[in-house]
Design a protein around this ligand. Sequence first.
Ligand code: NAP
Length: 336
Amino acid sequence: MTVQPTTTREIVLASRPEGAPTGANFALVERELPELAEGQVLVRNTWMSVDPYMRGRMDDRPSYIPPFQVGEALEGSAVGEVIASRASGIAVGTSVSHFAGWREHVVLDAEAVTPIDPELAAPHHYLGALGTTGLTAYAALTDVAPVRPGDTVFISAAAGAVGSVAGQIAKALGASRVIGSAGGPAKTQLLLEEFGFDAAIDYRAGDLAGQLAAAAPDGIDVYLDSVGGEHLRVAVDAIRPSGRIALVGAISGYNGATGEAGPDLYRAATNEVTLRGMLVNSYFPIFGEYIAKAAAWLADGTLRTRETVYEGLDQAPAAFLGVLSGANTGKMLVRL
Ligand code: NAP
């Protein structure tokens, strides 16, 4: 019989950052696990996600999701294995996804876990291409800023988790030209050689507007914005009449003001451009449908993924700091 743990290790918010976070904002602590009550499961987490939006939760301000609390464990998407169960219908050994990452074990109500099918795809994919990452890319390009056959599409943070999936989905939707921007030559090379982009821009090399004009001389029809600031300004200047922009993220400003000039929204107005914000949570009703579609794309090679993996819970803060500064290619994950 397996001996069940009575304690676990978790990462708590030690202090709130001012500007860019550092390792000192996190602490690793050991906590007692509660007794398993009727209707609950004990999960051993195997993978956890670190995501840029978590930076916003480190600040104490109102948002669509409550701030992390100092002294409390952080949370976020994770997958794991049920190692004890008092919930009917969830057997020991079931692989599940849930929202109690940043810890090695967790006791959860049955309603808080979603069984995943490890036969359909390896569990870590449920945090990336088959998780909210992939769903974000899919929803952005099918609903928020729909791609039409023949479109020229521009994707920012293109070598990252959402961006790398988005470029491939844009192609699958019939875009004739897909352009990605990323930081550094290794990432732009990967966009062309691994993820099927037609052109790649290294924004760190400067002259973003000139590089985009060279890659898309007739302008762009769709832009997926993960960055804000200069990227959004340049995209609005390059967008054709009736263009569509999905406001997915604005990572250039997550640590505070950047001094980058914002977009010319009057130009967006006179060109009848649609700029639409999105939150992936609104698309949870189509999650199952998306997973089935994306799992088939993964299996037949339509969708290729990369992961950057940090090992062990104590590396989770470093992984999170890394996703903010571009240390990742594809999805940033922590293996627990
Ligand atoms: P990711 O792209 O895998 O990682 C973030 C990437 O952003 C880094 O790898 C880095 O790549 C790039 N970056 C960092 N600072 C930058 C800057 N100043 N200018 C340009 N690029 C910069 O992360 P993700 O999870 O896929 O998220 C991507 C974006 O989507 C984020 O803005 C996130 O908040 C947003 N998002 C929104 C939703 C929603 O529901 N609206 C859901 C998921 C994600 P480089 O090395 O290329 O700089």
